[in-house]
Design a protein around this ligand. Structure first.
Ligand code: PLP
Length: 390
C-alpha cells in the first residue's frame, strides 16, 4: 500500500529552516519562518509564560482529561483579549491545537453546514489553501496587495467581495497576520464589515499577531468592527505568536452570532469535529494562558513584554526602510507596514543567490520576517537588497 502513495514535497518554509541550520557561516541571517526572535536570534520563552509554568508545576495535581471542548476558563479569558469584554454578540468557543487547528475546525464546520466556498486574499499563507482544500471547500480569491507598488488593492478587493454570494465565507487576516505587512485602515475595515453584513457573507478571521502592530487593544479593532456587523462570524485565534507558545499548540475557534442557542449549536458541532479528529486539545499551553490572563501581575508583565517585542519590530522595520531609503520607492510603504512581515518584489533567482552568496535566507516569494534581523545586520542586508528591488 505504501508504495502506491506518491512522496509529498516538503513544506518549502520548513525546508528553508533545514537549509539555514546547515549553513556554517556565522553571519548568516534567517528571514524565513514566522517566529519572533530577540537580538541574539533566539525565540525566548516569555517571562509570564515561565512564571505561569512555575505556578502550574506547584499547583497542578492531575493530568486527567479536561473536557472535550478544552478549558472553558481559557476559552473565555482568551476571548476577552480578542473580542473584548462585551462584543455585543453571543459567543461560544472551542480550544484548538494552535491557530492552524482552529482554522481546520472552522473549515470543517463550514463544510458541515453545507457551505462550499471560501474567499481568500492574494497573497495569503500557503496553508490556508491546504486547510480549506482538505476540508472540501472551494477557494475563491480576492486581490489584496500589489507587490511592486506595495499598495493594498482595496477597490479590487471590495469589487471581488461584492461578487461573492450569500453564505460564502471570507477569510480575513486580523492585525499583522497578512504576509505582506500591509494593514487595512479603520475606514477600510468598516467598508469590509458593511459589505460582509449586507451580502450575508461569513467572515472567518485568522488572528495570530495581536499586539505586534500598534497595541493589544488597537490591533483588535478591525476584527471587532467586522464581528459587530456580521450576522455570524468565525474567529480562529493562535497563541503561538503573542504568547510565544508555538510548540505548545495553543489556540481556539469562536462562533460569534446573534443568539446563544445558535452559537452553542455551532460549539457542539465543533466539539464533534474535534472528537473525531484528535479527541481533545493539548492542555499545557492553554493552562499557561489561563494562568497569565487570570493573574493581574502576570497579565501586566505579558503585555509589557509584548510591547517590548513590538518595539523591537518597529525599530528594525524603520532601520531597514531608512537604510534602503530612496534607493527604492517602496521603502516608505515598508516603513508604514506593521508586524513581522513584508513582501518584497524580488526575483526567485536573486533570492537563491542571496542564500548562496550572502547567507541571507528568505522564502522565494520575497516575504521576509523582520524579527530575524539583528540591529547589526540591518545595513548589510539593506545594501544587498537594494540592487534587487524594483
Ligand atoms: C494560516 C495560518 N494561520 C495561523 C497560523 C498560526 O500558527 P499556529 O498554527 O502555529 O498557531 C499559521 C502558522 O502556521 C498559519 O499558517
Amino acid at each position: 500500500m505504501f508504495d502506491s502513495l506518491s512522496p509529498q514535497p516538503q513544506d518549502p518554509l520548513l525546508a528553508l529552516i533545514g537549509l539555514y541550520n546547515s549553513d556554517t557561516r556565522t553571519d548568516k541571517v534567517d528571514l524565513g519562518v514566522g517566529v519572533f526572535r530577540d537580538e541574539t536570534g533566539h525565540t525566548p520563552v516569555m517571562r509570564a509564560v515561565k512564571a505561569a509554568e512555575r505556578v502550574l508545576l506547584d499547583t497542578q495535581d492531575s493530568k486527567s482529561y479536561v473536557a472535550p471542548e478544552g478549558d472553558r476558563v481559557f476559552i473565555d479569558l482568551l476571548w476577552t483579549v480578542v473580542g473584548g469584554t462585551d462584543c455585543g454578540k453571543a459567543v461560544a468557543g472551542v480550544q484548538a491545537p494552535g491557530g492552524s487547528g482552529a482554522l481546520r475546525l472552522a473549515a470543517d464546520l463550514l463544510a458541515k453546514a453545507g457551505k462550499t466556498r471560501v474567499w481568500v486574499g492574494v497573497p495569503t499563507w500557503a496553508n490556508h489553501l491546504g486547510i480549506f482544500g482538505s476540508a472540501g471547500l472551494s477557494v475563491q480569491t480576492y486581490p489584496y496587495f500589489d507587490v511592486p507598488s506595495q499598495a493594498v488593492q482595496f477597490d479590487r478587493m471590495t469589487a471581488a467581495l461584492e461578487s461573492a454570494e450569500a453564505g460564502d465565507a471570507v477569510l480575513l487576516h486580523a492585525s499583522c497576520h497578512n504576509p505582506t505587512g500591509a494593514q487595512l485602515t479603520a475606514a477600510q475595515w468598516a467598508v469590509v464589515a458593511e459589505i460582509v453584513a449586507r451580502k450575508g457573507l461569513i467572515p472567518l478571521i485568522d488572528s495570530a499577531y495581536q499586539g505586534f502592530g500598534a497595541g493589544l487593544e488597537e490591533d483588535a479593532a478591525g476584527l471587532r468592527t467586522v464581528i459587530a456587523a456580521a450576522a455570524e462570524s468565525l474567529v480562529a485565534v493562535s497563541c503561538s505568536k503573542f504568547f510565544g507558545l508555538y510548540r505548545e499548540r495553543t489556540g481556539a475557534v469562536y462562533a460569534v452570532g446573534g443568539s446563544q442557542s445558535a452559537v452553542e449549536t455551532a460549539r457542539s458541532n465543533l466539539v464533534t469535529i474535534a472528537r473525531t479528529s484528535y479527541s481533545m486539545p493539548p492542555d499545557h499551553g492553554s493552562a499557561v494562558v489561563r494562568t497569565i490572563l487570570a493573574t493581574p501581575e502576570l497579565k501586566a508583565d505579558w503585555i509589557a513584554e509584548l510591547n517590548d517585542m513590538r518595539g523591537r519590530l518597529i525599530s528594525l522595520r524603520q532601520g531597514l526602510a531608512t537604510a534602503i531609503g530612496n534607493h527604492w520607492a517602496g521603502s516608505t510603504a515598508v516603513a508604514g507596514q506593521q508586524g513581522m512581515f513584508s513582501l518584497l518584489p524580488m526575483k526567485e533567482a536573486d533570492i537563491l543567490a542571496l542564500r548562496k552568496d550572502h547567507g541571507i535566507y528568505m522564502p522565494t516569494s520575497g516575504r521576509i520576517n523582520i524579527a530575524g534581523l539583528k540591529q547589526a545586520d540591518v545595513a548589510r542586508v539593506a545594501a544587498t537588497f537594494v540592487p534587487l528591488l524594483g
